[in-house]
Design a protein around this ligand. Structure first.
Ligand SMILES: [Zn+2]
Ligand SMILES: [Zn+2]
Length: 379
């Protein structure tokens, strides 16, 4: 790896103090930061160069070795033969975030990235049990659950009153702390939410009695929800902001996730928005024809069955399926011809008498099959 003059890169002299180097580095990094020069390769290169320079001369131990020519470049940068690769290689996504957080704080904007990550309340997952009909037609349900809510007594501050605070000594009231983190570029300064005060910048000296200083209380909550028609088993409805309050002062609420559980029906099965009913009908109705009552989502409906209806025949009822915003399904009736069981002597006799007067033409399928069998043996 070619040895560069890192002092020249940062625009300082070889005798610069640690503070001078640090301030020069910050100035340069700010100037060439990729956020300010999107798609500018030269700036990116320059930015990379000052990071590299600072990772060496900003570190007293490495600076000493660099000065006397004993710095092991390959091992220092962990880059093997390829040397210092900079962005995009061996550098994690979280590392990027940290770098940007660091720079946005330099530029006085403060970092919202870190704070928003840390201050959202937890989501709550709650199962909602529905009958088949409720899921198909939609329903109004009452959901009872427990969540953390901002304490009304202290307005979420956790303090008994306005005089019950001192400024956090760790973050000096800013709610944010910077700490050092080792990265490929050497030690970086990273900013995050203050762990001592939770980002409020204040330490409670006299806690609120209601919440014990936590700023949130566990509360039983009852909400009414309208479940739309056609929800499927396992689907999730999200109610934004109805989850737990953030434990960090000023943070957003989490969401409430309603997990829909639909009870199986013994009458209907579902295929998308279509409904299928498999219904047994007496064999005499199938043979002679007649009216049967068919269950639908809106009650019973009379359907005429033609004489000679076969087992498994399907009738379609258009528009009688599930009605959703994305369309309306149909209802399919599949008849299952049931042969009577448990016949008494006289009923059997009646049936046998009837059977005697029937011929092959009354059983066209059976006749056709018997003909096939004859062909098989009488060539
Ligand atoms: Zn409170
Ligand atoms: Zn603090």
């Amino acid at each position: 790896m070619p040895k560069k003059d890192y002092y020249a890169v940062l625009g300082v002299t070889k005798s610069a103090t640690e503070d001078e180097i640090k301030s020069a580095y910050r100035k340069m990094a700010k100037q060439y930061h990729p956020d300010l020069h999107p798609n500018d390769k030269a700036a990116a290169e320059k930015f990379k160069e000052c990071n590299e320079a600072y990772s060496v001369v900003g570190d007293p131990e490495k600076r000493k070795k660099y000065d006397n020519g004993t710095l092991d470049f390959e091992n220092s940068f962990n880059g093997g033969g390829s040397g210092f690769s900079g962005f995009g290689q061996g550098f994690s996504a979280s590392g990027f975030d940290d770098i940007f957080d660091m720079f946005s704080s330099f530029m006085g904007g403060g970092s919202k990235r870190t704070s928003s990550r840390a201050s959202v309340g937890a989501d709550i997952s709650q199962t909602v049990d529905l009958t088949f009909m409720e899921a198909a037609l939609g329903a109004k349900k009452t959901v009872t659950f427990t969540r953390l809510e901002k304490c009304p007594t202290c307005n979420g501050t956790g303090a008994k009153d306005a005089a019950s605070f001192v400024t956090c000594d760790k973050c000096k009231g800013t709610g944010r702390v910077t700490y050092q983190q080792s990265t490929l570029f050497g030690t970086q300064i990273v900013q995050g939410v203050c762990d001592k005060c939770g980002g409020s910048g204040k330490i409670v000296t006299n806690p609120c009695r209601e919440c014990g200083g936590k700023g949130v209380n566990s509360k039983k909550k009852v909400i009414n929800v309208t479940i739309p028609a056609g929800v499927e088993n396992g689907s999730v409805m999200q109610l934004d902001g109805e989850g737990n309050a953030s434990r960090t002062y000023g943070g957003r609420n989490g969401n409430l996730l309603l997990v829909i559980k639909v009870e199986k029906s013994n009458v209907f099965t579902r295929d998308g928005n279509d409904i299928v009913v498999e219904m047994p009908i007496p064999f005499s109705v199938a043979a002679c024809g007649g009216d049967i009552e068919v269950p639908t989502l809106n009650g019973m409906q009379v359907q005429h069955i033609e004489e000679g209806t076969a087992n498994g025949e399907i009738f379609r009822f258009r528009g009688k399926g599930i009605r959703t915003a994305r369309g309306t399904g149909d209802l399919y009736l599949k008849v299952k011809v049931e042969v009577p069981v448990g016949l008494g002597k006289s009923e059997k006799h009646t049936l046998e008498q009837m059977e005697k007067v029937l011929s092959n033409k009354n059983y066209p399928k059976r006749k056709a099959f018997l003909d096939e069998i004859s062909k098989l043996y009488n060539k």
